[in-house]
Design a protein around this ligand. Structure first.
Ligand SMILES: Nc1nc2c(ncn2[C@@H]2O[C@H](COP(=O)(O)OP(=O)(O)OP(=O)(O)O)[C@@H](O)[C@H]2O)c(=O)[nH]1
Ligand SMILES: [Mg+2]
Length: 323
């Protein structure tokens, strides 16, 4: 049984709230990807060279990335030849198997934040302006507060006017602690203060909002390594997690950002936001392929509960199956 039949059976038996959010949030991407796949198989019925060329185009237009697209197409061609399959619908099912495999081949990974057994767990959140850092931090804070963890937010994005205030509003709304610094102050000193407070108060999870200015790579690298140095002075081994936030609507530019950050810091995860706003949902596969870093969470809408743990099966289902 191909993956798609398996997922249809699985999710038709068990309609969870999560799968509904995935289906809803990915409707634009599905409209683009799945509709094109279906009309392609109707047009050809039996596959030929042109069929594969058009298939390649569909993947690239969905932001799967050129490198991964070529690999997937090659694998599908190989499998279809080996098994003597020429039926277009069957080929499309094989394609989806290989998209899934493209992600899985990079290894097993956690999605949820991995908590330390002793002392605070420190999560750095990085990303360029406007990608959804602050709102994602709020969503994560709520998630773990609801699980009974104590939370401290640290507003180390001191360069953008209003950034600290925005996080402060969330801290008040969620009733969690926060450390901020004055506008234009040294982000590392705010981080230091945050770590000291977290240690004193025995906080479970500290989430640090970091400005990510990409104009100058050396500068970004220096800044992030200074921040890490300062953090680990107070809490050895911290930061334990570094999440990069990528806005799905920025397409291949998001992949460029991801590469730049991965060069200067040790990312433990990526969070893809605004999936509901793009018709090119393949970006998740491209980022995983280019960086190898796992996608930990996915933003499927603006509401608090629209940030979900990333689940590859739900993602593929959302991308391919009309409910
Ligand atoms: N539709 C949708 N909107 C989102 C999602 N995540 C974040 N947003 C919106 O994106 C906008 C920017 O979010 P912020 O959290 O302020 O982004 P930021 O990276 O902190 O921005 P700066 O602090 O200005 O650099 C807000 O209007 C959010 O509501 C999502 O998953 N879906
Ligand atoms: Mg912000």
């Amino acid at each position: 049984m191909g993956l798609i039949s398996f997922l249809k059976e699985k999710f038709s038996k068990k309609q969870t709230e999560d799968i509904d959010t995935y289906s809803e949030g990915m409707s634009k991407s599905r409209q683009n990807f799945s509709t094109k796949l279906n009309s392609l198989s109707k047009k050809y019925k039996k596959v030929n060279q042109e069929y594969f060329e058009e298939l390649e185009e569909i993947l690239i237009e969905s932001d799967v990335g050129v490198k991964l697209t070529l690999k997937i197409i090659e694998d599908v061609l190989l499998e279809s030849k080996e098994k003597h399959i020429t039926d277009a619908d069957e080929i499309n099912e094989i394609l989806i198997d290989h998209m899934f495999k493209g992600y899985m081949d990079k290894g097993e990974s956690n999605t949820d934040v991995v908590f330390q057994e002793n002392g605070p767990t420190v999560l750095l959140v990085v990303g360029v302006n406007g990608v959804g850092k602050t709102t994602t931090i709020a969503k994560l804070a709520k998630r773990y507060k609801d699980q009974g963890k104590s939370i401290l937010l640290v507003a180390a994005d001191t360069f953008r006017a209003g950034a600290c205030e925005q996080l402060q509003i969330w801290a008040d709304r969620l009733n969690v602690g926060i450390v901020t610094g004055p506008y234009n102050s040294d982000p590392s000193s705010v981080a230091y203060e945050g770590m000291a407070k977290a240690k004193n108060e025995n906080i479970d999870l500290v989430i640090v909002d970091v400005a990510g200015r990409l104009q100058n790579k050396q500068y970004l690298m220096d800044e992030l390594s200074k921040m890490k140095r300062v953090i680990s002075k107070v809490i050895p081994d911290a930061p334990h997690e570094t999440f990069l936030i990528i806005d799905a609507t920025t397409g291949q530019n998001g992949v460029v950002q991801a590469k730049a950050f991965a060069e200067v810091t040790n990312l433990t995860g990526v969070v893809i936001t605004k999936m509901d706003g793009t018709s090119k949902g393949g970006i998740i596969l491209a980022i995983r392929d280019e960086l190898g870093v796992p996608v930990r969470f996915i933003g499927l809408g603006e509401k608090m509960e629209d940030l979900k743990e990333f689940d590859l099966e739900s993602y593929i289902y959302g991308l391919c199956v009309e409910k």
